[in-house]
Ligand binder design. Structure first.
Ligand code: NAI
Length: 339
């Protein structure tokens, strides 16, 4: 009896020890001085799971770090200079790397219009991450996500360090928007609205599955569908040339990072939507797809299937897959042509 109790308490102590070792989490933001980067850094500073916050940008990261570092939470904040050694130091030992570096949209632009500028930014940051943080979870926010995620994958493959379970395109904002828009229609609390959104992260590749929610009557609601697929445009237009979603995106990015950290620290059943290297449509030549993914200590532990959907949603999914295939191929080709 005592022996059993001792063994149990020993197991508990071991667990407590290993949990605290794992609780040391360095999180790096690349593009930390931008519209998303700054509020994202703020939210990460407020997260007690983050013990070391590393901020990098080609401008002003030390300034943002100095500001955020005065917030009275325990984590250490460091801003790095825009040099190769600064970038390497920012990445070294990171458990999570968030990448919101790049240019945002102006009115009239699609996310794909950002490709020419952002592809090379993401490629270069991915090279640095492959060298200095090959085991980190890489969270890509820079658009077009449907193409930038394959770019990171290709760079990591070339460097021989690609782990498909640790690369994520952040599509959280799509479900954040969907749950908020539904709650506005239904007069409900958005916290109770779990809307599954699959596919990718741009226009018609964003496919909300209302048939799987508690409001299947919303399947044919064209206005709602348009808001979920093109909600980003509302912000781009309202900001009138000064950028795209930054504050809601920072919240979404911080939520995804928090989910990843809590899953890494042993919490079970943590499920987030995200654009990952996915088996779901590989037979159709589509290597990446956003769906519900169960997170864990190894990153993407389990990719959940799309499940049963409505015929109208299937039509949306077909349109999504056709676009997605081209977006992914564009990212892959970019790295092949511009290594
Ligand atoms: P921003 O222009 O305000 O900030 C971008 C930051 O990246 C700037 O501080 C800039 O100096 C930095 N930067 C540029 N090149 C860099 C490099 N090589 N290394 C490090 N930092 C670099 O743009 P914002 O609004 O923060 O948007 C960033 C990206 O996030 C855009 O591509 C935008 O389209 C995307 N986005 C993604 C969303 C999503 O749901 N995944 C939602 C909203 C925006």
């Amino acid at each position: 009896m005592f022996a059993a109790r001792r063994a149990f308490s020993g197991a508990l102590q071991t667990r407590a020890f290993s949990a605290s070792a794992r609780d040391l989490s360095k999180v790096t933001v690349l593009g930390a001085a931008g519209g998303i980067g700054q509020p994202l850094s703020l939210l990460l500073k407020l997260n007690p799971r983050v013990t070391d916050l590393a901020l990098y940008d080609i401008r002003m990261a030390p300034g943002v770090a100095a500001d955020v570092s005065h917030i009275n939470t325990k984590s250490k904040v460091t801003g790095y200079d825009p040099t190769p050694s600064g970038l390497a130091a920012a990445l070294n030992g990171a458990e999570v790397v968030l990448i919101p570096a790049g240019v945002p949209r102006k009115p009239g632009m699609t996310r794909d219009d950002l490709f020419n500028t952002n592809a090379s930014i993401v490629r270069d940051l991915a090279k640095a991450a492959a060298a200095s943080a090959p085991d980190a979870n890489i969270l890509v926010i820079s658009n077009p996500v449907n193409s930038t995620v394959p770019i990171v994958a290709e760079v990591f493959k070339k460097a021989g360090v690609y782990n498909p379970k640790r690369l994520f395109g952040v599509t959280t904002l799509d479900v954040v928007r969907a749950s908020r828009f539904v709650s506005e229609i239904k007069g409900s609390d958005p916290a109770d609205e779990n809307i599954v959104v699959v596919g990718g992260h741009s226009g018609v590749t964003i496919v909300p599955l209302f048939s799987q929610s508690s409001h299947p009557d919303l399947v044919g609601n064209a206005d709602l569908l348009k808001r979920v697929q093109f909600g980003g445009d509302e912000v781009v237009q309202a900001k009138d040339g000064a950028g795209s979603a930054t504050l809601s995106m920072a919240m979404a990015g911080a939520r995804f990072a928090e989910s990843l950290l809590k899953a890494a620290q042993g919490e079970k059943g943590v499920i987030e939507p995200t654009f990952v290297d996915s088996p779901l449509y590989k037979d159709q030549g589509i290597e990446f797809f956003a769906s519900q993914v169960e997170l864990g200590p190894n990153g993407a532990e389990k990719i959940l299937p799309v499940g049963k959907i409505d015929a109208a949603e299937q039509t949306l999914l077909d349109a999504c897959l056709s676009d997605l295939k081209k977006n992914i191929a564009k990212g892959v080709a970019f790295v092949a042509e511009n290594p």
